[in-house]
Design a binder for this molecule. Structure first.
Ligand code: GSH
Length: 214
């Protein structure tokens, strides 16, 4: 079975999953969901993902997985090699902490539906930019110390982990928000290392079949 990933080229949550699939060398096809056209709200998609968000991973036998961290954890359990979590339980917790700083603290308050909601409350572009940068900065401040302590080339240790799957797309988002990530040197070094991997290059937004070239 070739997995089928419902994805939007620029969205960071599916970007995490693309990195994980690529690091594990798994075959998958992309089913584009155009968020700007509202395709995530169509009945056919909502039947796959009741939250009307990307990503969704179809894994066969009529089973769909949603929530990028749950998908990455499933990939790790279903396809253990190469490992994206260390063996030691404490080390695993640290990697999950890093991943969750991005996926549970930074990203949820900056996704499209939240930005639409604060716009509806009156936030103009300057206010939205300040909002986005504030939450990314807070999260990156925390990650900087963790990566300084635990990094060894990658965010944790010397091989890519779930932390890198989450960090790379979040740095992509920070750069879209015109943030200079050199303010977080350990985080930037981990990002710079990760972005050289073929698995990450193939997962990049501009290398997706639905990418809009500007
Ligand atoms: N916690 C979810 C977040 C999913 C999410 O927010 N996806 C965004 C794209 S990164 C989305 O589908 N947004 C559509 C919308 O806000 O309407 C996950 O990790 O999968």
């Amino acid at each position: 079975m070739t997995y089928r990933l419902h994805s939007y080229w620029r969205s960071s949550a599916p970007f995490r999953v693309r990195i994980g699939l690529n690091l594990k060398g798994l075959a998958y096809e992309i089913a584009p969901v155009n968020l700007l056209e509202g395709e995530q709200g169509l009945d056919a998609y909502a039947a796959l993902n009741p939250q009307k968000l990307v990503p969704t991973l179809e894994i066969g036998n009529g089973i769909q997985l949603t929530q990028s961290l749950a998908i990455l954890e499933w990939l790790e359990e279903a396809h253990p090699q190469p490992a994206l979590l260390p063996r030691d339980p404490t080390a695993r917790a640290v990697v999950r902490t890093m991943a969750q700083v991005v996926a549970c603290e930074i990203h949820p308050v900056n996704n499209m539906r939240v930005m639409k909601a604060i716009t509806a409350l009156g936030a103009d572009q300057a206010a939205r930019d300040a909002w986005t940068r504030r939450w990314i900065s807070d999260g990156f401040d925390a990650l900087e110390g963790m990566i300084a302590r635990h990094g060894g080339g990658f965010a944790f240790g010397s091989t890519p982990t779930l932390a890198d799957c989450c960090l790379v797309p979040q740095v992509y988002n920070a750069r879209r928000a015109n943030m200079d990530v050199s303010a977080w040197p350990h985080l930037k070094a981990a990002y710079d290392r990760a972005e050289t991997l073929d698995a990450v290059v193939a997962a990049r937004p501009d290398n997706q079949p639905d990418a809009v070239k500007t």
